[in-house]
Ligand binder design. Structure first.
Ligand SMILES: Cc1cc2nc3c(=O)[nH]c(=O)nc-3n(C[C@H](O)[C@H](O)[C@H](O)COP(=O)(O)OP(=O)(O)OC[C@H]3O[C@@H](n4cnc5c(N)ncnc54)[C@H](O)[C@@H]3O)c2cc1C
Length: 806
């Protein structure tokens, strides 16, 4: 191994890991790789370190994110940034002055109180304070319209260039090399795996590559045959000359109703914004060879924000402007970054698309990425930032250029339940899209598909935190499915065909349940990691001795195919194919379905036993019917070719059945305690904790079995329970803290109004071992208001599943 120093021209011939890009993500990843023992790792930066987006970051570090594990990444950043100087001798500029969020309208107050509750759940210090106290913390603030505030003392900020200097110093001290003025101009692959990079000074071979190239990542990834949806927007802040009254450092001030964040800067003010109508920009226009580049000032664009800022800080009227900084930052279609291995190319890891939290998250994200590369898994479940969550339809320039500004614009928006994206819609057509149009659906986007949420009202609802506008309509759809029959479009399920002479043996290795069941059986199972955590839960149909179809979650298909592919050995005679778009799935559910089947000329379906499937013709259309239900009513899920779906829909509708949307399905699923990956399940939860022990075949030698056997000795009962709220007006959404006797004992994961039980119902990850749970009283904290609730250990509706087994 060659030891490298800055400015050194001689590149090594080989490095175990090559990090591309010298912003916060690259520097942090390199530092953590070296800390993990990869002391020959190198970083290649085509200009100078931090010369992309990082140098001009406002660099605020606020701990709270939407999930515990993303919050933990920032908490790790905070502890790293505050201690790195001690380790390396290089200051990071860490200033811990806390942050202050103010509200000027009632829904914002609910929003920040929900954030406060979330902070308590994740162990982040946060508390509501009076307007007077807020004014004391920010004396220059005009508080005439402020109605409440939340104070978070642990937050702070950093100097991004100093931070990167400290990280690279720490990396060098451990042997890692850094090469500036060294662009990567090609990525070498062999058999779908990276083997090296091409630079103007020659090739470097390697075992893994980490792409940390910020807004340039989309084009760079294409060099490795990987498509990723990352796109830049212009991003503004204003800097003033010193302002009277600013003495020392102040907390960061968030006035999200006016799209602003404010902090002191060298005795003056830094006023940044997430304006509702942002501007996307092509990466080509930003240029590659102009380090420390900024975009032109646009005062017309910034003016509304300036007016807002002058309202909040009247002192701005006389402050002298130093500059209006317009720097580019990259965004992804769902506002979360990309961290982990790509689906397409092995050994090609991504750490990019940071959505304006790159400096705050960088420390933890670099640590997690290094662990993924070295240990094969992140420190905790990070499925929400897995690059494999996006379908290809999001990668087009048109979709990205339309969506990125909306993502920026929503960064400070109130997170209302049911909110949908306005841009980059209609990317993927459901087979029944034309049919739905006639039923006036209100559509939501899932995995790029447009899926009906509810029917008979297609205008955009007014969003709110209490009972939503669609409450009555969804109730009608649930009653339809519960009292008569309803049709549910489930075509967005991923469908994966696994076939070949070794399909059974292979699936028994990667799935926890018995996959040797005969043709015609349906099996609910899960793919586990070595630690027993759930990588995916799925329903399998055995179609032939050597052929299975796996039904997986809407956004899980790319990730699951990659997981299956990575567990195939050269000896396995197995083919894996994505059939998601080839087939449609239509659910027909409700007590009247037996009669509907007869009316459709398919009466023999009534003899199909529970969890069995069969091929059948309905009005001349070839259909695979399976008796199972995601909503807890009698019926079948029909799989047919996508092009046959409109005809099948026509036959079912002609039999008097009405349609029901996703909101009805979700309410019914929660009443039945059916768990959903990404909400109730993730890679950090094992099947026993989830109460899914029935989906395990202990006789089979599946991946994760050893860990699960160990867990069996320590896990008592399910950790996921239902709770029923007493007050029907309570609107839990998921991610609320749950208390018992004043102690935090759990968190809601999915929640809805349960129309069949007449109460709000939530699924809860509970940590109350040793207590008698069923019937115990708990309180659900919704925006700091405690709602009395009762634990129910079984499903709150039809716990024995009698209604499905007619
Ligand atoms: C105005 C503004 C304010 C912000 N405020 C905050 C804030 O308060 N808090 C926060 O957390 N975040 C903030 N951000 C966001 C944060 O700055 C970014 O998320 C972060 O800096 C991105 O870091 P990065 O390492 O991903 O990308 P970059 O810093 O852009 O680094 C990518 C590097 O890759 C290099 N590169 C590209 N292609 C190649 C190649 N082929 N070969 C070699 N090198 C290559 C580039 O030269 C560049 O140096 C702000 C951003 C802006 C614009």
């Amino acid at each position: 191994m060659m030891s490298a120093t800055q400015g050194q021209a001689l590149l090594p011939g080989h490095a175990s890991v090559i990090v591309i890009g010298g912003g916060i993500m690259g520097c942090s990843t390199l530092y953590h790789l070296a800390k993990e023992g990869v002391t020959d790792a190198i970083l290649l930066e085509r200009n100078q370190l931090t010369s992309g987006t990082t140098w001009h970051s406002a660099a605020q570090v606020r701990a709270l994110r939407s999930t515990r594990n993303l919050t933990d990444l920032i908490r790790y950043s905070i502890s790293l940034y505050s201690t790195l100087e001690h380790e390396t001798g290089q200051a990071t500029g860490w200033i811990n002055k806390g942050s202050l969020s103010i509200a000027t309208q009632p829904d914002r107050l609910i929003h920040i109180r929900r954030q406060e509750a979330l902070a308590h759940l994740f162990g982040v210090e946060a508390q509501s304070i009076s307007v007077g106290e807020a004014k004391e913390r920010w004396p220059l603030m005009n508080t005439e319209d402020v109605i409440g505030a939340v104070w978070s003392p642990g937050d702070g900020r950093v100097s991004p260039s100093d931070l990167c200097a400290a990280l690279t110093k720490g990396a060098r001290q451990r042997g890692a090399g850094i090469f500036e003025e060294t662009a990567v101009i090609g990525i070498l692959t062999e058999g779908n795996k990276v083997v090296g990079v091409e630079t103007p000074s020659g090739q470097i071979r390697c075992d893994a590559i980490v792409l940390c190239t910020g807004l340039w990542s989309r084009r760079n990834a294409q060099m490795a045959g990987v498509d990723i949806p990352v796109w830049p927007c212009e991003h503004y802040y204003l800097l003033t000359k010193p302002v009277e009254g600013i003495v020392g450092n102040l907390p960061s001030l968030s006035d999200h109703d006016h799209h602003l964040y404010i902090r002191d800067d060298s005795g003056g003010l830094l006023i940044g914004c997430f304006e509702p109508h942002a501007k996307s920009i092509s990466p080509e226009l930003i240029g590659e060879h102009a380090p420390f580049n900024l975009l032109p000032e646009d005062w017309t664009h910034f003016e509304p924000m300036m007016i807002n800022a002058m309202h909040r800080l009247p002192c701005l009227e006389t402050a002298e402007v130093r500059m209006l900084l317009n720097g580019p930052e990259s965004f992804t279609p769902d506002g979360s970054f990309l961290l982990g291995e790509s689906a397409e190319t092995r050994g090609f890891f991504l750490g990019c698309g940071m959505n304006s939290v790159g400096v705050a998250t960088g420390g933890g994200a670099g640590m997690a990425l290094a662990q993924i590369i070295v240990r094969g898994r992140p420190p905790a479940d990070l499925h929400e930032v897995d690059p494999k969550r996006f379908p290809a339809c999001f990668n087009s320039v048109a979709a990205l250029a339309a969506r990125a500004p909306e993502v920026l614009g929503k960064h400070y928006a109130i997170t209302y339940p049911g909110d949908q994206w306005d841009s980059a819609r209609n990317l993927r057509r459901l087979p029944l899209q034309d049919q739905w149009r006639n039923e006036k659906p209100y559509l939501g986007q899932f995995g790029g598909w447009e899926r009906p949420l509810y029917f008979h009202c297609d205008r955009k609802p007014t969003l709110r935190f209490n009972r939503p506008e669609w409450f009555e309509q969804v109730g009608r759809e649930v009653r339809q499915a519960h009292e008569q029959a309803a049709l549910f479009d489930q075509s967005t399920f991923g469908k994966i065909r696994v076939e070949g002479p070794d399909a059974e043996v292979f699936l028994n290795r990667v799935c926890a349940n018995d996959m040797s069941k005969p043709v015609g059986r349906v099996v609910y199972t899960a793919m586990l990691n070595e630690h027993g955590g759930v990588e995916s839960d799925l329903t399998s149909f055995r179609l032939g001795d050597e052929c299975y179809r796996l039904y997986v979650g809407t956004t899980a298909v790319k990730r699951d195919i990659a997981w299956l592919g990575r567990h195939l050995t050269a000896r396995d005679r197995v083919r894996i194919r994505d059939e998601t778009e080839t087939y449609a799935v239509i659910g027909l559910m409700g007590p009247d379905t037996a009669d509907v089947a007869v009316r459709m000329g398919a009466g023999e379906l009534n003899n199909l036993p529970y969890f069995h499937h069969t091929g059948i013709e309905i009005a001349g259309i070839r259909v695979r019917a399976a008796r199972l239900s995601y909503v807890g009513e009698a019926g079948w899920e029909f799989t047919c070719r996508a092009e046959d779906a409109p005809a099948l829909y026509g036959v079912i509708r002609a039999s008097g059945v009405r349609s029901a949307g996703l909101f009805a399905q979700t309410s019914m699923r929660i009443e039945k305690r059916y768990l959903s990956f990404g909400h109730d399940l993730d890679t950090g939860i094992n099947l026993l904790q989830a109460g899914l022990g029935f989906a395990v075949d202990w006789n089979s030698d599946f991946i994760g079995r050893t860990a699960l056997l160990r867990a069996k000795e320590t896990t008592s009962g399910s950790h996921i329970v239902s709770v029923l709220l007493e007050d029907d007006r309570g609107c839990p959404l998921g991610n609320e803290p749950v208390y018992h006797d004043g102690a935090l004992v759990g968190q809601t994961t999915s929640a809805a109004f349960g129309y069949r039980v007449g109460k709000p119902v939530a699924l809860v990850h509970l940590n109350m071992s040793g207590k008698r749970l069923d019937g115990a009283r708990v309180q659900v904290d919704i925006a700091r208001q405690l709602f009395e609730s009762t634990i129910v250990c079984r499903p709150v509706f039809d716990p024995d599943g009698q209604r499905m087994r007619v």
